[in-house]
Design a binder for this molecule. Structure first.
Ligand code: UDP
Ligand code: MG
Length: 309
């Protein structure tokens, strides 16, 4: 069966949001008069969301349930959505209704104009903590600055992509992924549409600081060698400084100056450089661990129950 629009919702313990999500998506898509499906990817929920999704799928064939064997994380749930979507245009949306389904027609309008990636830009954010907003703003700006591809700032995964684009994304098998980076990396004709990001309809965020940090690391290591290059820059600077410092200290000593005597100076230098070296060893480890994960070639996610692809 072919449908025009596939809407993908990654779901991790969103029981109280599901009926409302379904209702609003159904309302918007019915009004559009197009054929559609709602791919609900259950990312190892344990609050009854799974049963709720299966129940909805039984009642309405628009709902396409993909149930994971365990929690694999938001990025991989979105990836599974790409794999199972059958539409000519694929829309990713958060299940907590922070991305209002009512914005979908705006995305569709741009797609009809010929754009192949239409990403929604958060012009305003509602109901989020000061900490979340600040760290998010910082995250988007750091990633923008140090990565090689220009990921638009303040965009999440809420976006519409043409079938052509998703077919390319499906050939990219990286494990530690940053979907919105991938969709910027592939190119194509892209445009942003501003929208107001709403507060969560129900429940609490499933993205604690630790997960945000992991995502930031994926984004940076996935698209930039900058952290590795930093070691080179630092090494040259430290070596350059010592080349200048050595003759200066020798001359000072010969002139009878008492500076830089004693253990403290030596200790500080050793500890400082030791610390810097360990940090860069850690940076190397980040990249190395990622290579190891890729080489193992394990499946990106495991589906316990789902339709034919
Ligand atoms: N999510 C997921 N797996 C996870 C964490 C989150 O599928 O391990 C889903 C979640 O159900 C929601 C979306 O990803 O639909 C965004 O998560 P959340 O709203 O908690 O993040 P925030 O909007 O606070 O950044
Ligand atoms: Mg949310």
């Amino acid at each position: 069966m072919t449908v025009t629009f596939s809407i993908i919702a990654p779901i991790f313990n969103e029981l109280d949001n599901l009926p409302e999500l379904y209702r609003r998506v159904q309302e918007v898509m019915t009004a559009s008069g197009e054929t559609w499906e709602l791919v609900m990817v259950d990312d190892g929920s344990n609050d009854g969301s799974t049963e709720c999704i299966l129940e909805m799928a039984k009642d309405d064939s628009h709902v396409r349930p993909v149930i994971f064997a365990r929690n694999f994380g938001h990025q991989l749930a979105v990836t599974a959505g790409w794999d199972y979507a059958r539409g000519n245009a694929i829309i990713t949306i958060d299940a907590d209704l922070q991305d209002p389904p009512e914005v979908i027609p705006d995305l569709i309008a741009k797609w009809r104009e010929g754009y192949e990636v239409v990403y929604a830009v958060r012009a305003e954010r509602e109901g989020e903590t000061w900490f979340k907003k600040t760290t998010a703003a910082l995250f988007y700006r750091i990633v923008h600055r140090i990565t090689d591809i220009k990921i638009p700032v303040d965009t999440g995964d809420f976006r519409l992509m043409d079938r052509k684009v998703v077919d390319v994304l499906k050939t990219m098998h990286e494990r530690h992924r940053f979907p919105r980076g991938m969709s910027a990396w592939v190119g194509f004709k892209q445009i942003g549409v501003p929208y107001k990001r709403a507060a969560r309809y129900a429940g609490v965020t499933k993205y604690p600081f630790s997960k945000m940090l992991k995502l930031a690391l994926n984004a940076i290591t996935g698209y930039s060698y900058f952290p590795l290059q930093l070691a080179t820059y630092f090494g040259f600077t430290a070596a350059g400084l010592s080349i200048v410092a050595i003759p200066v200290v020798i001359i000072m000593r010969l002139a009878g100056h008492g500076a830089f005597l004693g253990q403290a100076t030596t200790l500080i230098a050793v500890l400082f450089l030791g610390g810097v070296q360990l940090i860069f060893l850690g940076v190397l480890g980040e990249y190395l661990g990622r290579i190891y994960d890729e080489v193992k070639g394990r499946p990106l996610y495991i589906v316990r129950q789902g339709p034919e692809k």
